[in-house]
Design a protein around this ligand. Structure first.
Ligand SMILES: Nc1ncnc2c1ncn2[C@@H]1O[C@H](COP(=O)(O)OP(=O)(O)OP(=O)(O)O)[C@@H](O)[C@H]1O
Ligand SMILES: [Mg+2]
Length: 357
């Protein structure tokens, strides 16, 4: 296990720069998820860390040691890809020990290591089976076991679950989290799925166009997105983002939307000033059907019950907004919906810069 540090990392392909100077330190034992839209540079960053791709500028350090000049094997990092690439004709034990055998380790030592790791991963009863006789989750554990026996400094995952159907994906996601709790190997996990990133990682790094937008604990990204990109990216359904102007009222400042609705600016936003053009952010799940907060209303245009909750689209600030209400909530398209929100849960962003204010 080791820390992994990236300093001032840049990458160009020909004349095109795709990573623009990324700084990131992953602590020993930490699980970090790199998340962002397609083409933002996630795989490229991972490939550079692993040594499959050279950096154009900057440093990669493993446990403080510069590794830019080392090839993938010398970096001792294990990549886990979408398909686990197990050898179908070999037993679980042979699959797990294969790399050790290639490196010339003697049989009894390989046996000992494989047994030790198999026990850790609860694979000890399956060592004589072939991959075809295993479930998807067990196969994944074998693939990780094969990496763990080599004592890698870190695991790198590139969208390992993206080919699976939804149910298996959820199951495997839990398996990976349980594994990390057990083995604590430093892990960097690339995904474009924010739920996967949030549920798995100690820290989530949001990449956009080759730059880091924000890095932090999942709950901090959710509660305090630094800019509009992060605000829109984290959370499902997405945060409602509505243009408003700051006006003065009898009771202080408020954000006024095009539809006339106003949301008071609470004391935790001391920098907001009158006449400022802002974007206000309200999470769909922060709306409620009671009347305890600020009341907002608009015409219902879509009702989507999922069982546990009902997602309702309604007109707000001249645009469709989403509210997530309780499962049994009853409303018809065309009826006005009235919801309330705690003003302390409203986010404010500067309209010009997109930054949180
Ligand atoms: N070998 C290459 N030659 C030229 N451009 C490349 C090469 N590899 C990647 N790129 C470009 O670099 C950018 C980042 O690509 P990368 O594969 O890292 O994205 P990603 O975030 O992993 O996307 P996805 O979610 O679709 O996998 C993209 O614009 C891509 O077109
Ligand atoms: Mg990719």
């Amino acid at each position: 296990m080791a820390s992994v540090e990236i300093i001032g990392l840049k990458k160009n392909f020909g004349a095109v720069e795709v990573i623009h100077g990324v700084d990131l330190k992953i602590e020993d034992g930490e699980f970090v998820a790199l998340v962002g839209p397609s083409g933002c540079g996630k795989s490229t960053l991972l490939r550079i860390i692993s040594g499959l791709e050279p950096a154009s500028a900057g440093e990669i350090r493993i446990d403080g040691n510069l590794v830019n000049h080392l090839n993938p094997r010398e970096r001792n990092i294990a990549m886990v890809f979408q398909n686990y690439a197990l050898y179908p004709h070999m037993s679980v034990a042979k699959n797990m020990g294969f790399n050790l055998k290639l490196s010339g380790m003697d049989r009894s030592e390989i046996d000992r290591k494989v047994k030790e790791v198999a026990k850790l991963l609860e694979l000890d009863a399956l060592l004589d089976r072939k991959p075809g006789q295993l479930s998807g989750g067990q196969r994944q554990r074998v693939a990780m076991g094969r990496a763990i026996v080599r004592d890698p400094a870190a695991f790198l995952f590139d969208e390992p679950l993206s080919n699976l159907d939804a149910k298996l994906r959820d199951q495997m996601r839990s398996e990976i989290k349980l594994l990390h709790q057990r083995v604590k190997t430093t892990s960097i996990y690339v995904t474009h799925d924010q739920i996967e990133a949030m549920t798995l990682a100690d820290r989530v790094v949001i990449l956009n166009g080759g730059n880091i937008e924000q890095a932090g604990r999942p709950i901090d990204l959710y509660n305090k997105p630094e800019n509009l990109f992060v605000a829109a990216f984290i959370g499902t359904p997405s945060m409602n983002l509505i243009e408003a102007t700051i006006v003065k009222t009898d009771t202080g400042l408020a954000a006024k939307m095009a539809c006339g609705h106003m949301v008071p600016v609470t004391a935790n936003h001391p920098n907001i000033t009158e006449n400022e053009e802002v974007i206000i952010g309200m999470r769909p799940e922060h709306f409620s059907a009671d009347t305890s907060g600020v009341l907002l209303s608009g015409q219902t245009t879509l009702v989507e019950p999922t069982g546990a909750q009902t997602n309702i689209t309604f007109e707000l600030g001249g645009k469709p907004a989403t509210a997530v209400l309780e499962g049994g909530f009853n409303i018809e398209v065309g009826q006005p919906l009235t919801v309330s929100i705690d003003p302390k849960k409203v986010h404010f962003f500067d309209k010009a810069t997109g930054r949180r204010v």
